[in-house]
Design a protein around this ligand. Structure first.
Ligand code: CP3
Length: 344
């Protein structure tokens, strides 16, 4: 049967007059219904690990806006937690983890295939969603890329410049690479299990790829993405992979070809006209409206949305933001973006 889901058609390389649209962090604090369900769950991690509630917040933006795709509600830091790291979230500040900085810390981590008991509720969320989503809406699973996840595991928190991870890479490359390798193995198992539970595409978030340059970018951003994509393709041929090497700049060019990813997600620092020429030549691109437009709205939102649509109109494109929507966004601006994409 010919594919009917717009998102999967774009990922298969089809150019569509109206591209599919969804939004990074579409289930999030800008929505009053999300805040209510999160309050009901008590805290963010309980929300991630309670399948009925995680499925509910995944469905909320689909009900409100009719996006073409739903993204599983979970977090990239559940993988380090399943590997044995302590994880907690400090309100108003972000994630905190126990750190991995020496060989004893590394030895205390669990093997990659021991993650599934902890992550079983996530797979259950995927199963609920694959039953409950409207038939035209595609379900995206996700994980963090090894470098980005490692930056949190090494520093124990988010860092503006990823300095602790860069320091470990310089001081103890063997340990650093062992950490990345452990995360990569776990990620392959984790994404495979999401696909087996019903995820129809998967996205690999390398949010801090831009702080790797030159050969380090190839080794620690490109190569792990290639390895994970190849392993997933071997196990699940036909399930598309979206890669998001955020702030890769010029290195977005050729990234899909080098890694085997079906689509590259572009952050909002990338000029769409440049990306149409240098990235979309290799297949589908996703992006890349600046999330600030979801706060400010108005005619600039409409004009920038049209500029992106027009730049990518000659090839496969998934409309999205260049990064996650922020808590201060106005839900009406999301509707304005969707109406503009769909030409209403
Ligand atoms: O709607 C979706 O996009 C799906 C769910 C999702 C979340 N996090 C939920 C979440 C996804 C895909 C992520 C990915 C994620 N998590 C990334 C990669 C993408 C990116 O943003 O660059 C990263 C780096 C994380 C780690 C993380 N999780 C941080 C740094 C924080 C705190 C910062 C913040 O925005 O508060 C989180 C918390 C988090 N993950 C929230 C949500 C909705 C906010 C938590 C809350 O409700 O308080």
């Amino acid at each position: 049967m010919a594919e009917t889901k717009k998102l999967l058609r774009a990922l298969a390389g089809e150019t569509q007059a109206t591209p599919p649209v969804w939004m990074m962090r579409q289930a999030g604090r800008y929505l009053p219904e999300y805040r209510a369900t999160r309050a009901q769950a008590g805290d963010f991690l309980s929300l991630c690990y309670t399948p009925d509630l995680a499925a509910e917040v995944t469905l909320q933006p689909i009900r409100r806006y009719g996006f073409d795709a739903a993204i599983l509600f979970a977090d990239i830091l559940l993988v380090p937690q399943a590997l044995g790291a302590d994880l907690w979230f400090v309100t108003g500040e972000g994630p905190r983890l126990s750190t991995v900085t020496d060989k004893d810390d590394f030895a205390a981590l669990k093997p990659a295939d021991a993650i599934h008991d902890t992550l079983a509720p996530v797979y259950e969320t995927v199963r609920i969603l694959s039953r409950e989503l409207p038939p035209e809406v595609a379900l995206i699973g996700f994980a963090g890329a090894p470098w980005t996840v490692a930056t949190y595991m090494i520093a124990g928190r988010g860092t503006p410049d990823q300095a602790p991870a860069h320091a470990l890479r310089a001081e103890n490359p063997v340990l650093f690479e062992a950490v990345l390798e452990r995360i990569a193995e776990a990620t392959i198992d984790y994404l495979s299990a999401q696909i087996e539970a019903g995820a129809e595409a998967v996205k690999l978030f390398d949010s801090w790829a831009g702080s790797l340059t030159g050969e380090a970018f190839d080794r620690y951003a490109l190569e792990p993405c290639r390895q994970i994509t190849a392993a997933l393709k071997a196990r699940h041929p036909g399930v598309p992979v979206i890669a998001f090497p955020r702030e890769a700049g010029d290195r977005y060019a050729g990234f899909a070809r080098a890694t085997g990813a079906d689509c590259v997600a572009l952050d909002n620092s990338v000029d769409p006209a440049w990306a149409a020429q240098h990235v979309q030549v290799d297949g589908c691109v996703q992006g890349n409206l600046d999330p600030r437009h979801m706060v400010t709205g108005g005619q600039p939102l409409v004009e920038e949305t049209r500029r992106i649509l027009s730049a990518f109109s000659g090839g496969p494109h998934i409309f999205n933001l260049g990064h996650g929507i922020t808590p201060d966004a106005n839900p009406d601006n999301v509707q304005l973006m969707i109406d503009t994409v769909r030409g209403a």
